[in-house]
Design a protein around this ligand. Structure first.
Ligand SMILES: Cc1cc2nc3c(=O)[nH]c(=O)nc-3n(C[C@H](O)[C@H](O)[C@H](O)COP(=O)(O)OP(=O)(O)OC[C@H]3O[C@@H](n4cnc5c(N)ncnc54)[C@H](O)[C@@H]3O)c2cc1C
Length: 464
């Protein structure tokens, strides 16, 4: 066995501060160095638990990832936006000495929705307002009925969990504008194709994130701010505090338990501890072999990968602003279904982020690199004909990332919530579960990941 010493005699916690460990839990292995795993590890270390964090990639951060676009400038290739209700994340940001910066949304948006191209103020597409109002009203009714603490106990859960959002839309949406907008909306909100998610999951996701209007809004909503310099810094700074406890390039493939402890097997060796915290998305978590096997798995055949690819278009400066444009666009045809101005606050470089979501992300992922770049650049020229071609283009395909298997979050398909919901957070003996997909509050978001990390710390310490 290798690595057990590291798991039982870690170095100091740096800024974390320590108090004596709970009687029964002296050592823990945390699998995954995303926001959830690092929050959990920091919390456990602060209470005197000897922690080792095993991370498969050669970097920390998971679904947060900084992309260098110009000297001194990184932008978010992964998660980016947060709002005032994301209190646990904001507390962490402050504690780590980071700042937030407002998302820029000044000027007119561009809308290419299969009719005449339109340029107009705001984010709302020039579609039939009554039809869209009716769509949101129907979604509001579904959302309000969901039991956030236990979605599987929602009234009529069995039916809502069986029905896909696509089948629901087919029945409920009669106006062509509502039918056009619905998949774009679901793509933007959840990176989901309507055929991939149950109605229960759609309604749960929208409620968990604070409701449709909060989730969808920039000012006063979930997309109000970004973390200045990139969201990945949260994980980098947490990992900095944990120091040598965080071990990169160690993919975990098996977790074995016995009466006395747990042995976590990774590409780097075997680590022995009293408990393990699995802080992975459900699909990668299910790829690990557990002995004994948990009574219920983390994901099923209908659990789909969230479908989002980010295209980062770089310009010498935010050139669209001089044309009275915000950089926001909504497009009926891909690959870029929407774009947003993600330029750093000082405007020293211009960055448009293009979102390729839902089924479009699958189509795009099947193209070769050259075809992908051509498709993005040609579409940027159609949406923003007044701009020169970008000077840089970066494509981040999260759907095909082995250690994420999709984003923003896993998509719960038909049958999933009723089957996997009741054991979402239930420890499997010495194995505890974290990750944004285990949080019923702000599921799928950075906030959900941080909250799951805090929850699991309390759970481990409560073992006594
Ligand atoms: C393109 C994109 C846009 C997003 N936009 C937003 C947004 O604007 N706002 C927001 O709040 N959220 C957003 N999200 C979602 C947000 O990134 C996630 O909710 C959050 O980062 C999840 O954190 P986590 O710790 O639960 O999981 P992860 O970040 O996925 O961490 C899991 C870690 O486990 C590692 N791992 C996987 N398998 C193994 C293994 N076998 N052994 C060891 N390690 C393993 C992974 O490499 C990873 O580091 C977005 C995500 C993406 C990708």
């Amino acid at each position: 066995m290798t690595g057990s010493d590291r798991a039982t005699t870690p170095p100091g916690t740096g800024g974390a501060g320590t108090t004596p460990a709970a009687a029964g839990v002296t050592t823990a292995v945390v699998v995954g160095a995303g926001l959830a795993g690092l929050t959990a590890a920091t919390g456990l270390a602060a209470r005197g638990v000897d922690v080792t964090v095993l991370e498969a990639r050669e970097r920390v951060g998971g679904r947060t990832h900084g992309l260098p676009v110009a000297p001194g400038h990184q932008v978010d290739a992964g998660a980016a936006y947060l709002g005032e209700r994301h209190t646990e994340l904001l507390a962490l940001v402050k504690d780590l000495g980071l700042d937030t910066t407002p998302t820029t949304m000044l000027g007119a948006g561009r809308f290419l929705l299969g009719r005449e191209d339109t340029t107009r103020d705001g984010r709302f597409p020039p579609l039939n307002a009554v039809a869209l109002g009716d769509l949101f009203e129907q979604l509001d009714v579904l959302t309000a009925a969901v039991r956030l603490d236990a979605p599987w106990l929602t009234p009529d859960a069995a039916r809502l969990d069986t029905l896909t959002a696509a089948a629901w839309a087919d029945r409920q949406l009669t106006h062509p504008d509502a039918r056009l907008f619905f998949p774009l909306f679901l793509g933007e909100m959840m990176a989901a194709d309507p055929a991939d998610v149950s109605v229960l999951h759609m309604a749960f996701y929208l409620r968990s994130g604070g409701g449709i209007r909060y989730l969808n809004a920039f000012e006063g909503g979930a997309q109000q701010d970004r973390i200045a310099g990139g969201a990945h810094q949260v994980c980098e700074r947490l990992a900095g505090r944990l120091g040598a406890r965080v071990r990169l390039g160690e993919a975990v493939h098996a977790v074995h338990q016995d009466e006395d402890g747990v042995t976590v097997h990774s590409t780097g060796g075997a680590y022995r501890a009293k408990v393990a915290v699995i802080a992975l998305p459900p699909l990668p978590a299910d790829a690990v072999q557990y002995r004994p096997a948990p009574p219920v798995r983390r994901a099923g055949e209908r659990t789909a990968r969230g479908c989002a690819v980010k295209a980062t278009l770089v310009y010498p400066e935010p050139l669209w602003r001089a044309h009275g444009l915000s950089g926001w666009s909504v497009n009926a045809e891909g690959p870029l279904l929407s774009t947003v101005d993600d330029s750093p606050a000082d405007g020293g470089v211009g960055v448009l982020t293009g979102f390729i979501t839902g089924n479009e992300a699958r189509r795009f992922g099947a193209l070769g690199p050259r075809e992908q770049r051509t498709a993005v650049v040609e579409q940027a020229a159609r949406v923003f004909p007044m701009l020169p071609p970008p000077t840089g283009l970066h494509i981040t395909d999260w759907v095909n990332e082995r250690y994420s298997q999709g984003c923003y979050a896993a998509l719960r398909g038909p049958g999933d919530w009723l089957r996997y919901g009741p054991t979402l957070t239930a420890p499997h003996r010495r194995v505890h579960w974290a990750g944004t997909e285990t949080s019923t509050e702000y599921f799928g978001l950075m906030e959900g990941a941080v909250r799951s990390g805090h929850r699991v710390v309390a759970e481990v310490l409560a073992r006594g």
